[in-house]
Design a protein around this ligand. Structure first.
Ligand code: ADP
Ligand code: MG
Length: 681
């Protein structure tokens, strides 16, 4: 086996003894990090075909010997073609290489190789172009394919990994306790790492994969257990039943049935001795804020403080204004706490909170900061929860003794996943939009029609309505201060050109919070008619008079994000429009955007997004505050996820483990935790 491994290392890496010596300096952590860089696929060389049987136009492996090489043909500057004839017992085939002098020279006459590539030519004269070449004596028939990033070639990765494998100790400590491995039939870490990188057959890949996926999911589960409050504890904030009629009388509208149901769920939770742990899930515009407001009102009537945390200052600001208007007449004292406020302003608010002079504090993650004391905090509401890291959300709850928690989100989330992230939580679904809403009409157009779209927009502005133009390009370039001007420049172009007679405002992430606030106020009051913006307005912004949402380079957004942006319009009784501009010709992109035209239903959009873009994007950190996973796939590895959660439950408290096992497990958990809870905005 050692010898076989050596052949592979030499083949895969071409590392000389000098470099190899260097690798001996690697410590166990570096080696482990290297080996946790997993292949994304494998090339199967285990059953190469005969040339005669190789199916035309398909990718396959052919085992053949080199019989002839032609002299190089110079086609033009920088392009030389080499032809190599190979043969097996069934026939022969011509292989073409481009600019591959050294590769061709390295091929030995009469020696057998495996050529892996697409079969071309005709049935009688088969060809292959620039195939990958493997020695026929390769011990592993499964060649791993690694995800490549810039500056990192597959050869470099293979070299590093094979060296790390070489140095891997048979007695590698395994973070999975033996009892768990046995119960869930998982292989040892050493076997898993070896076979994920250098498998001998498909079966060993599967065994290795299963174990590594399980490990990742288990560590994730355990890490969330450690950040999560114990839901079975008692709350100190038991609430009495409260008459909601003053609150309801204050509302400018009637609650929808779904809102009423969610509110009554919340009210009964608040009267229990265990803390509420509830997710309110409802499409954009379904009126989730009112559920939060009602909950805060109940807490207030019981003499308690509530906190509402929003992911952006713009949204916090807006909640502050809207909820002050609604709740102040009921005697509630509402305060705002954001990072951008002056030190003095912050100090004042904190002082008022400390003195019990605030009943509802609204803010961004500034609320979490250590020097904010929230005495008497009975209710924690997180709006647009998917924009927060798991750690951030729980930190706010930790400011009090088992307060009630309410999270609100428009992003649908599979039940198992919800369980994992929030623990045993209850869900209220708002599946009904406020009355008189007309579905937003969505159109996908090419930039050729932009003029017409502008005119359409102008007609609406002329009628006293408002609109947005969102451009992703600007956002993408925001990293460099030089390009930052472009955000303003773009708005400027519009303001001087097509929209010269209109009041145009610009909003982007890098503006000072005070300026953002000023612009948002001006837009909300109608002073600004057209807001040119980056995606900073993506979540929560509520200006019902805005009826047109135009999105440039729409193909650059995920569907869920487009849906959120579209949710900024259609909030009043006027017919609203969402115009997606894209010149992208890719059929998949076209189909994706077409989904927006077809449906207004956030759940359907999310479902499609999940299928089309894969869970990597959909379930990325951005969506659920989870760390990026290396090998597990939260949507397809559901069975393993359930098992890993069960194992996490069994391991809780680590009571049945010895010291060494505990230590290893804790290290593995902290590795994954270091990715959790980072700030997003
Ligand atoms: P969400 O947070 O679920 O996206 P919001 O709470 O921001 O939605 O509500 C969207 C808009 O609908 C707001 O302008 C709000 O005032 C309004 N609204 C909420 N509930 C109702 C209702 N029952 N009837 C009419 N309008 C409502
Ligand atoms: Mg909202």
């Amino acid at each position: 086996m050692e010898a076989a491994l050596d052949t592979n290392i030499q083949y895969l890496s071409g590392v000389g003894p000098k470099r190899a010596a260097l690798y001996h300096k690697l410590d166990i952590h570096t080696i482990r990090d290297l080996l946790y860089y997993f292949p994304r696929a494998y090339i199967d060389l285990s059953s190469p075909c005969f040339i005669a049987d190789a199916p035309p136009w398909e990718i396959c492996a052919v085992r053949a010997r080199v019989v002839a090489k032609s002299s190089p043909q110079y086609v033009r500057k920088g392009m030389t073609i080499f032809k190599v004839k190979v043969a097996d017992d069934s026939g022969s085939m011509l292989i073409t290489f481009f600019n591959a002098k050294f590769t061709v020279e390295a091929l030995k006459y009469d020696e057998e190789y495996i050529f892996y590539g697409k079969i071309g030519g005709s049935l009688l004269r088969k060809e292959m172009h620039a195939p990958a070449i493997y020695p026929a004596s390769l011990p592993s028939a499964f060649i791993p394919v690694y995800p490549l990033t810039q500056g990192l070639s597959s050869k470099m990765i293979a070299a590093n990994i094979s060296q790390a494998l070489h140095l891997l100790d048979e007695n590698l400590p395994d973070p999975l306790p033996a009892s768990i491995r046995q119960k869930y039939q998982l292989c040892h870490l050493h076997f898993a790492l070896k076979n994920i990188h250098l498998p001998t057959d498909r079966e060993s890949v599967e065994i290795a994969r299963r174990r590594l996926i399980f490990e990742e999911l288990l560590m994730l589960s355990l890490s969330l257990h450690t950040v999560r409050d114990d839901t079975f504890s008692q709350t100190s904030y038991l609430c009495k039943n409260v008459d909601l009629s003053p609150f309801l009388a204050q509302l400018p509208f009637q609650l929808t049935g779904a809102q009423q149901r969610a509110i009554s769920d919340v009210c009964s939770d608040l009267q229990k001795s265990t803390p509420m742990n509830r997710l309110v899930q409802g499409d954009v515009g379904s009126g989730k804020t009112m559920v939060a407001a009602a909950a805060a009102f109940v807490a207030f009537q019981n003499g308690y403080l509530s906190a509402l945390m929003a992911p952006t200052e713009i949204l916090a600001q807006q909640h502050f204004q809207g909820l002050s208007r609604l709740l102040s007449p009921l005697g509630m004292r509402v305060a705002l706490l954001c990072g951008s406020m002056t030190a003095k302003e912050k100090r004042d608010v904190k002082e008022r909170i400390a003195l019990g002079m605030v009943d509802l504090v609204i803010g961004t993650h500034a609320l979490i900061s250590e020097d904010v004391d929230l005495p008497n905090l009975a209710l924690v509401v997180t709006d647009e929860q998917h924009r927060f890291g798991v750690g951030q959300r729980t930190k706010l709850s930790e400011k009090s003794d088992h307060p009630h928690t309410l999270v609100m989100s428009a992003t649908p989330i599979p039940r198992t996943l919800a369980l994992m992230i929030y623990g045993d939580l209850d869900v209220s679904i708002i599946d009904e939009l406020p009355p008189h809403r007309q579905p937003v009409k969505t159109y996908v157009i090419s930039s050729k029609l932009k003029e017409r779209a502008y005119n359409f927009l102008k007609e609406h502005l002329d009628r006293g309505l408002q609109g947005y133009i969102v451009c992703p390009l600007v956002e993408a370039m925001e990293n460099s201060p030089v390009n930052l001007q472009n955000a303003e420049e773009y708005a400027d172009q519009l303001a001087r050109g097509p929209f010269i007679n209109y009041r145009v405002g610009v909003l982007h992430g890098k503006m000072r919070p005070k300026d953002k606030e000023r612009i948002m106020d001006a837009f909300a009051s109608g002073e600004i008619q057209l807001l040119v913006s980056t995606t900073v307005i993506e979540v929560g912004v509520d200006v019902p008079n805005a009826v047109i949402m135009m999105i440039e380079n729409a193909e650059r957004f995920g569907l869920s994000q487009l849906h959120q942006l579209r949710g900024r319009v259609g909030r009043g009784s006027q017919q609203s429009y969402c115009i997606l501009i894209s010149d992208n010709k890719n059929p998949e992109t076209k189909e994706r955007l077409e989904v927006m035209h077809q449906t207004n239903d956030g759940f359907k959009v999310a479902e499609y997004d999940l299928k089309a873009r894969g869970p990597g994007d959909f379930l990325g950190k951005r969506q659920h505050g989870l760390p990026q996973l290396k090998i597990a796939d939260l949507t397809t590895n559901m069975d393993l996820l359930t098992q890993a959660q069960q194992a996490a439950e069994e391991l809780k408290g680590f009571t049945n483990l010895n010291e060494g096992e505990k230590q290893l497990l804790k290290q593995a958990i902290s590795r994954i935790l270091s990715h959790v809870g980072e700030q997003l905005n």
